[in-house]
Design a protein around this ligand. Sequence first.
Ligand code: ZN
Ligand code: ZN
Length: 375
Amino acid sequence: MDRKAKAVVCREWGQPVQVETITVEGPKRDEITLKIGACGVCHSDQSATTGKIPYPAPLVLGHEAAGVVIEVGEGVTAFKEGDHVVSSFISMCGKCRQCVRGRPVLCENARKAMFTLPDGTVRTKGADGEDLNVFGACGVMAEYATMHVDNCVKVDDTIPMQNAALVGCAVMTGVGAVFNTAQVEPGSRTAVFGIGGVGLNAIQGCVTAGAEMIVAVDNNEKKLQMARGFGATHTVNISEVEDAAKAVKKLTGGVDYAFECVGAGAVVEQAYKCLGRGGTAVVVGVSDPKDKTSITTLTLPADERVLKGSWLGSARPQYDFPRILGLYKAGKLKLDELVTTTYAIDDAAQAFEDMLAGKNARGVIVFETDKGVTQ
Ligand SMILES: [Zn+2]
Ligand SMILES: [Zn+2]
């Protein structure tokens, strides 16, 4: 059935987001409709409003949400009404070469579902009946969303939705870079460049992995303090040192793993430069497509250094989302502390402003109080 829903929409690149009442159609084959409980506000949503992520407007934002299943389409067997679900913005077909070799985040069919559902159509309509695109096949910054089951992961329904939501992007990206991409071992020396929602999660991933040293690097003292709260053992304020890489190297003797969570060639250089012999630099940040970096070539063979990328924490969402939430339940990952401000959907524009001002670890839009949603 069709449902009216308030949704956060980008109507035009460069303009502030607006809250509109849209129509969300019911599920077709292999789709489900969710009543959304909470949706995190991510820099990528912002990037879609400027064209840095070039999803065409009009676009329903949101790709980091938790909700409850209220309607299932034909052929759906893995979900039933009442299940709690976290959105997964990379569509994974389960059948292509990358999916079957265990790298679903690189799914060869994912590009079919960038701003529509995988069949190239949408279930979201504006007031004039026009199609509204959906961020990452999700569009979950809305009261309801109809999604393909390949973009949905069933999760433990005892976890508050505002916490569960974050595993869909920020937590998976940061923790996954440490667990899956780098496979940090206990006793490692690590550094994290850029302390936003992703950087904080890279830090707590390093804590859980048993890293001996975790150096947080940023230019904002408040964020460095937050980093200490999440387990950083040392901090480097780049506005107070001449060369951040040298400062990290002096503290650690050269790190085994450095995580770049900014998305800028200059920072990638720093992350690579602070490695010790045999060290690995992991680029997590999403840069402008034209951005470049440079490294000293000889250090690759002579030090056996590694430079690699991490996309959504090399996630296998159906496996990783539940296990990360399991670590939260066991008290080994902080999610409550990540949610520093909650917003009503009518205050979405403020949530974006606060994110740009660096006010939050994560700002989360929380929909009406419901089962599993705590305030
Ligand atoms: Zn995101
Ligand atoms: Zn695939």
